[in-house]
Design a protein around this ligand. Structure first.
Ligand code: ZN
Length: 274
């Protein structure tokens, strides 16, 4: 289920302009399926949405369905220090070129799933981020070409064990625990690159705003990040690019409810437990 107590606030994302489409991945008796949201109901979608496909049978009202993470990536490319104010809060400079790292696909969880704090970490923090989901194989593209490889966007939480990040010097362990990449609640398709760079990104913990910024404050905008990443590795349909987090990162504790919202796109809610 989409986090029930907060369900009414999800509704606004289903009233997007007609040029935009919402794709969900959901749990069904026959296994995971894709669907398209149309006026609050979900119709099954044959195959992967980026492969074309077609609408099939009606699956019911969106709020009655159990949503899964709206991507099954072969890799998750992420970027550090891509908002100047966040770089500054950790005493770091903005890098001269994008600072890439990877998170494992095994870290992905869907909306409503629990972020589990590992015993080896003393301080685990939220990082609200805009995520791009790739729709077309993407290698050595220019920034002008990059947006054409994006299928849609969604909310992500780049959960990070901050103490382990500092101790290790590189980020694989700190960023890589199971459940450290909440994603969703759905993919929104049809935003231009300019529209994706003018979204309000907010993180709330137990209803209190912790992070809030415009995606226009990124040091390297999404299309530049994607072009840069594609000069290193081939991105496949379903892969994710996380575009960095703004200032205000802070700790998560057991019992918390953390939300990442992209205004007009959707709101991703996940509980936290030990
Ligand atoms: Zn991050």
């Amino acid at each position: 289920m989409i986090n029930q107590e907060n369900a009414p606030r999800e509704e606004k994302a289903t009233t997007l302009p007609a040029s935009r489409q919402i794709f969900v991945r959901l749990h069904t008796a026959a296994g995971p399926r894709w669907g398209m949201v149309i006026q609050g109901r979900v119709s099954a979608w044959r195959g992967e949405p980026w492969d074309g496909g077609a609408l099939e049978d009606d699956l019911g009202l969106l709020e009655t369905l159990s949503l899964l993470a709206p991507a099954t990536p072969t890799k998750i490319v992420a970027v550090g220090r891509n908002y100047a104010a966040h770089a500054a809060e950790h005493g770091g400079e903005v890098p001269p070129e994008p600072l890439l790292f990877l998170k494992p696909p095994s870290s992905v969880i869907g909306p409503g799933a629990t972020i589990v704090l590992p015993p080896s970490a003393a301080r685990v923090e939220h990082e609200a981020e805009l995520a791009l989901v790739i729709g077309r194989r993407c290698r050595n593209v220019t920034p002008a070409e990059a947006w054409g490889c994006v299928f849609g966007i969604t909310c992500a939480n780049d959960v990070t064990a901050r103490d382990l990040q500092r101790r290790d010097g590189q980020w694989t362990r700190a960023k890589g625990f199971d459940t450290f990449c909440p994603l969703g609640p759905w993919l929104v398709r049809g935003l231009s690159a300019a529209e994706a760079s003018a979204l309000t990104l907010t993180c709330r913990v137990n209803g209190t705003v912790r992070q809030q910024a415009s995606t226009g404050e990124m040091v390297f905008p999404p299309a530049e990040l994607l072009a840069y990443a594609s000069s290193v590795m081939t991105l496949e349909p379903g892969d994710l690019l996380l575009t960095g987090t703004p200032a205000g990162v802070g700790p998560l504790t057991p019992g918390d409810m953390v939300e990442v919202e992209l205004a007009g796109v959707g709101r991703l809610c996940n509980p936290v437990s030990r």
